[in-house]
Design a protein around this ligand. Structure first.
Ligand SMILES: Cc1cc2nc3c(=O)[nH]c(=O)nc-3n(C[C@H](O)[C@H](O)[C@H](O)COP(=O)(O)O)c2cc1C
Length: 364
C-alpha cells in the first residue's frame, strides 16, 4: 500500500503475526532513473518473514529489469500492479489502465518470469468498469504466462470503494485458474477472513485497510478469535509503531546525514526526521481512530460504513475514536513525544466525524 506499507509499519504487522508483507507500489521507471526515494521502497526489514515488492510499469523490458533488481535486493516475490486507479498513473498506462491490456500483460509476466527465479505474482481488479469486467480473461492469461499466484481485489476501477467487494467474482477466478488465488476486499474481523477462506476457494486472503485500522488483525487470524483490545492495549501497539519508526527514520540531533544512527525510543530526533515521522504517524492515526469494536448487541461493524463507538468504555477509548483534526494532532504529538493522553482538546461543537465517508479516495 502506498504510504501504508512503509517499512516500520510492515515490521509492526510482522510482529503482530502477518505472514506475508508487500511493499508500497514501486514505479519501475523511477528505479531505472536511480531515484533514491524509490530505492527506499524496495528495502526489506530483517524481521519480515516473506516480503514482496509490487511494481508498476507497462514495458516488458523495464519490468524485467526491475524484477531482477528487487530479487537481488532480497525480495521473496515480485508483484505486478494492475489495480492502481489514480489518474496520474492510469494516464501513463500504468495500474488499472494496464489491466485493460491482456496481451501486453501476458508479455510482461513472461518477461519478468524469465528475469528472476523468485515467484512473479499479479494483482488485478475485476475490470475497468461494469461494462468492462475482464477478470477471468486476465487471470487466465497471467496464469498461462507463468504467474505463480494472482490477487483479486473484488472491485472495478470505477467502483473505487463505493460498493462492497464482489466475492462471488473472486470465487469465479479461484475456480477458473490453476494457480493460487488471493482474495482481497473488506476484511476487518477474523470471522470474515475465516468465512471467505472457507467459501471462496481462495488459497489466501489479503487485507489492506484492515491492517491500517487494526494491525492486530493478524494476531486475531493466527489465534482464530476476535480480540477485544482495551484502549490501553491499542495504545501500546501504536507506541510500538513509533519506536519502530524512530529506529528506521530517526536521526539523532547532531548526527551525520545517512550515518544510520536511528534514534531509539528516547533519543532526541533531528528536525527532518521528526517531521517525516510525524507525517507518517499522523496519517496512521487517521486510520487507527476508525476502529470500532464489536457492538454491544454482538453485531459487527463493517468496513464500508463509518460509525462511532456508541458507548466508549473509557476516556481513552473515547479519545481514540475522535476524527477531528485537533484530536488527531493531539494523539499524534503525544505518541511522538511519549507523553500521556490525559488532557485531550475539547470536542469541537457539532462534530460530524461519525458521518464522514468511510475511506479516503486512494489507491487500490
Ligand atoms: C492507503 C492505501 C494504499 C494502497 N496502495 C496500494 C498499492 O500500492 N498497490 C495495490 O495493489 N493496492 C493498493 N491499495 C489497495 C489495496 O491493496 C486493496 O486492494 C483495497 O484497499 C481493498 O482491500 P481492503 O478492503 O482490504 O482495503 C491501497 C489501499 C489503501 C487504503
Amino acid at each position: 500500500m502506498t504510504k501504508g506499507s512503509n517499512l516500520p509499519y510492515r515490521q509492526l504487522c510482522a510482529e503482530l503475526g502477518a505472514p506475508v508483507l508487500m511493499s508500497e507500489m514501486v514505479v519501475a521507471r523511477r528505479l531505472r532513473q536511480r531515484r533514491r526515494s524509490e530505492f527506499a521502497l524496495i528495502r526489506r526489514a530483517a524481521s519480515e518473514p516473506c516480503f514482496g515488492v509490487q511494481l508498476a510499469g507497462n514495458k516488458p523490458d523495464e519490468l524485467a529489469w526491475a524484477a531482477a533488481l528487487v530479487e537481488s535486493r532480497g525480495a521473496d516475490f515480485v508483484d505486478l500492479n494492475l489495480g492502481c486507479p489514480i489518474d496520474h498513473f492510469t494516464r501513463m498506462g500504468l495500474g488499472a489502465a494496464l489491466g485493460r491490456q491482456v496481451t501486453r500483460v501476458a508479455r510482461i509476466v513472461e518477461a519478468m518470469r524469465r528475469a528472476v527465479s523468485i515467484p512473479v505474482t499479479v494483482k488485478i481488479r475485476l475490470g475497468w468498469n461494469d461494462s468492462h469486467r475482464n477478470y477471468l480473461e486476465m487471470a487466465r492469461a497471467v496464469a498461462d504466462a507463468g504467474a505463480s499466484a494472482v490477487t483479486v481485489h473484488g472491485r472495478t476501477r470505477q467502483a473505487r470503494y463505493r460498493q462492497p467487494a464482489d466475492w462471488d467474482a473472486i470465487a469465479e477466478v479461484a475456480a477458473a485458474v490453476p494457480i493460487p488465488v488471493v482474495g482481497n476486499g473488506d476484511l476487518l474481523f477474523p470471522h470474515e477472513v475465516e468465512h471467505r477462506l472457507a467459501t471462496s476457494g481462495c488459497a489466501a486472503v489479503m487485507t489492506a485497510r484492515g491492517a491500517l485500522i487494526k494491525p492486530w488483525i493478524f494476531r486475531e487470524v493466527r489465534e482464530g478469535r476476535y480480540l477485544d483490545l482495551t484502549a490501553g492495549e491499542r495504545l501500546a501497539i501504536y507506541r510500538r509503531y513509533v519506536e519502530l519508526a524512530r529506529a528506521h527514520w530517526g536521526r539523532r540531533a547532531g548526527s551525520e546525514e545517512g550515518d544510520g544512527a536511528g534514534a531509539g525510543a528516547d533519543g532526541e530526533l533531528d528536525e527532518h526526521a521528526r517531521t517525516r515521522i510525524r507525517d507518517f504517524l499522523r496519517w496512521h492515526v487517521g486510520f487507527w481512530v476508525r476502529y470500532v469494536p464489536r457492538r454491544p448487541d454482538g453485531s459487527w461493524p463493517g468496513m464500508q460504513q463509518r460509525e462511532a463507538i456508541v458507548h466508549p468504555r473509557s476516556a481513552l477509548e473515547a479519545l481514540l475514536t475522535r476524527t477531528d483534526d485537533a484530536a488527531v494532532d493531539y494523539i499524534t504529538d503525544r505518541l511522538l513525544d511519549g507523553g500521556d493522553l490525559d488532557s485531550p482538546p475539547p470536542v469541537p461543537e457539532g462534530d460530524q466525524s461519525a458521518d464522514e465517508p468511510t475511506m479516503v479516495e486512494t489507491q487500490g
